[in-house]
Design a protein around this ligand. Structure first.
Ligand SMILES: *Cc1c(COP(=O)(O)O)cnc(C)c1O
Length: 305
């Protein structure tokens, strides 16, 4: 069953990069936990869903953009656990595009109810007034924040690393809102270095991570966001396709693809000492490939295989 409380460990798989390298690389296949509630979104929802159920909530309400992995994961979790889900979606124009958007179409099929709001209203989503108005409209619900990051989410992400991972020198993980890396930092050994690969521009993440992280053995790498969340270029797409051909591991274009592109570049630049043992966390997000391919096709660019 999906949200049972025993700790599930995912397997570590050895990987290689195209260019010759002298480090040991393994990838933790969190993407294999579930086809949609995969990777970190499973970890982040687990204790939140448990809490909602224990406190007799019948509805989860959350927020996200048009291609959000978190929206897809929450919709799936709701369906599997018999809890109603409501998604507050950024962008009023999407209301007529649900069926052509793979993420929203999927979430709808899982039973998620949507409310589409303007970008400026979406910015108000954490205010009391906004939430109160939603309660008038939808009745009582349990709020899962955008991207799913809160204390219970970090607790879930503390279960990604296990004792068997203690010999790695570096743990690499993609960063969106910072919840996942915070859990990893908390369960890493003090001698392990946690590297976070930011999918966003800007340094505001440092503060968010510091709020939840209990150790300071981490560093944010901000050179490989490719201009922001949904931004890609043909070099990145080619890298993702070659990586899959060589390792038989699919990567998503928003988080894990950019992280591995970054790791390959840093290895080339001798960032890691020779024979370093590096564990890369595959946080999932593969449901987003379809949506990205729709956009790549419109621009007549090569697709993700
Ligand atoms: C959401 C997501 C992240 C970012 O996680 P945060 O906890 O928000 O930092 C990383 N990878 C994938 C695949 C995601 O879906």
């Amino acid at each position: 069953m999906l949200f049972e409380s025993h700790i599930q460990a995912s397997r570590n798989q050895e990987i290689v990069l195209e260019s010759f390298h002298t480090v040991n690389l393994e990838i933790k296949r969190e993407d294999e936990i579930h086809s949609v509630v995969s990777g970190n979104k499973y970890r982040k929802l687990k204790y939140n869903v448990e809490y909602a159920k224990q406190n007799n909530y019948t509805t989860l309400l959350t927020f996200g953009g048009a291609f959000s992995n978190h929206i897809a994961a929450t919709a799936t979790a709701g369906k599997l656990c018999g809890i109603k889900t409501i998604g507050i979606i950024r962008g009023e124009e999407l209301i007529t595009k649900v069926n052509e958007n793979p993420t929203l179409a999927y979430a709808k099929a899982c039973g998620m109810q949507f409310k589409f709001v303007s970008r400026s209203d979406f910015k108000q989503k954490d205010t009391k007034t906004f939430i109160e108005a939603l309660k008038v409209e939808f009745g009582d619900f349990y709020v899962v924040p955008e991207g799913g990051t809160n204390t219970l989410a970090v607790k879930g992400c503390e279960e990604i690393l296990t004792e068997a991972d203690k010999d790695f020198d570096y743990i690499c993980v993609p960063v969106g809102t910072g919840g996942t890396i915070s859990g990893i930092i908390n369960s890493a050994k003090p001698n392990q270095k946690v590297l976070g690969f930011s999918a966003l521009k800007g340094n505001f993440l440092m503060e968010d991570i510091s709020r939840f992280a209990k150790q300071d053995n981490w560093k944010l790498i901000s050179d490989y966001h490719f201009g922001g969340y949904a931004k890609v270029n043909t070099e990145l797409i080619a890298f993702i396709n070659r990586f899959k051909a060589i390792n038989n591991v699919p990567l998503d274009p928003v988080y894990t693809g950019k992280m591995l592109f970054g790791i390959a570049d840093m290895i080339k630049k001798d960032y890691f000492p020779k024979h370093s043992k590096i564990l890369v966390v595959h946080t999932g997000g593969l449901q987003g490939i379809k949506g990205m391919n729709t956009r790549l096709k419109q621009k007549q660019l090569p697709l993700i295989q």
